[in-house]
Structure formats: structure tokens, C-alpha cells
Unconditional design. Structure first.
Length: 216
């Protein structure tokens, strides 16, 4: 079974960790936790969690921003840079999308209204860019997602492409790095809905990681 890094912060509860572990194993991927680098691994999953430290993108912390996990921020940014340098697959989820954007030089909006509804399985539609990797994976250009975040991408990092937005407020819901083998980050939580089309995201991630493993 292909193995990928799944780093967590010390504040991530066990119940939330299980949802990511189960989603990866559902797709035939073995998660490896407590990593310090990506040696002998075939990909990186950036999970949800605490807000990213605003100082990392040159901003002062606002009152709505959660207490950051500095060690997790530091580790995950280093892992992102290693993954990109080695062209390893990266899948980012919620905080993972925000962390990826910050690691590449982008910024965040520290608080938005109307997107944090953790108990709802379906919250709003997103518009997916035709021809994007995300559209190819899901097989559609319009999709209903859950929503559990209160921060969002502001300035998009150089090299990243916006491939999905929410209606009305145009919050960025997905980013890709088209020049890389597989770098895709989504703002919603597909690990909570692997039985539907969201499961395709993890299978596509596995296929990319399998290709890395096969090339070794």
C-alpha cells in the first residue's frame, strides 16, 4: 500500500484524526504520522486544524483568529516545500489549502461570515473551472460542498490557480498548481463524505502517489 505523510498538530483531537486516516485507507493509502520529512513517502496530505499564524503572511493577528500552532505551521511549510521540490503529490484540505497558499507566498482573510456550518453535510454550491484537474476528477463543473471554515484565501500565491469559487461572495474553494504532478487543495472537507464523489479526490491522490512509487 502506498504511504503518504499525514502531519497533525498537538491540538488535533483523535476523533478528527480518524476521519483523515479512514479517508486515505478507503482509497488504498497508508497514512504516516509524526513525520519530520518525506523520505521514502509518496505524497503529503495537509489536513484541517487551527488557523495559520498571520505573521507568516505579514499580518497582525485579529481577534477572531484562533491561537496558532507554531510548530505545526513550521513543519508543514517545510514539508510543502520538500514535496514541491521533489514533485510529490499534495492534497490540501481546509486549513491545508490555506497553509499551502501561505507557504507559497499568498495571504489569508482572517475572518468571513456564513461559511462555518460544521453540522451540515451540504452547505453551498461551488463553480469549478472547466478543464481543471478538479473538474476532471469530479466529472462536473458545479458541485455541492460542506463548509467548516471562517478564514479564506486572499492574495493567491504565485504559481497557484483558482479552480473553484463559492457563489455570491466568490470565496476561493480550490487551488491547483498546474505545473506540478498533482497539487490540489480544497476548502471543504471531503474526508467527511468519501462515499460520494468526494471519494474520487482521494483516489486521484492515490493514483498520483502510485505513480511516484512505481518510478522508484
Amino acid at each position: 500500500m502506498v504511504r503518504v505523510a499525514l502531519p497533525f498538530g498537538i491540538t488535533t483531537p483523535e476523533s478528527k484524526r480518524d476521519s483523515y486516516r479512514n479517508a486515505l485507507r478507503y482509497a488504498g493509502i497508508e497514512p504516516v504520522e509524526n513525520v519530520v520529512n518525506l523520505h521514502r513517502l509518496s505524497g503529503l496530505l495537509l489536513a484541517g486544524g487551527n488557523d495559520v499564524e498571520p505573521a507568516l503572511y505579514g499580518a497582525a493577528r485579529q481577534t477572531e483568529t484562533e491561537e496558532p500552532d507554531a510548530e505545526r505551521d513550521k513543519l508543514e511549510i517545510a514539508l510543502v516545500r520538500e514535496a514541491l521540490a521533489r514533485d510529490l503529490p499534495v492534497l490540501g484540505i481546509c486549513r491545508g489549502l490555506q497553509l499551502l497558499n501561505v507557504a507559497l507566498g499568498g495571504t489569508l482573510i482572517q475572518h468571513i461570515e456564513g461559511h462555518k456550518r460544521p453540522k451540515q453535510r451540504e452547505v453551498h454550491h461551488i463553480a469549478i473551472a472547466p478543464g481543471s484537474r478538479l473538474a476532471t476528477i469530479l466529472g462536473m463543473d458545479d458541485y455541492m460542498v460542506n463548509s467548516r471554515h471562517h478564514q479564506a484565501v486572499d492574495k493567491v500565491a504565485e504559481g497557484a490557480t483558482v479552480v473553484a469559487t463559492a457563489p455570491g461572495d466568490h470565496v476561493i474553494e480550490a487551488l491547483e498548481l498546474p505545473e506540478k504532478r498533482f497539487v490540489l487543495a480544497v476548502q471543504w472537507h471531503p474526508e467527511a463524505r468519501t462515499g460520494g464523489p468526494d471519494g474520487k479526490l482521494f483516489h486521484a491522490f492515490r493514483d498520483a502517489a502510485d505513480a511516484v512509487e512505481a518510478a522508484r
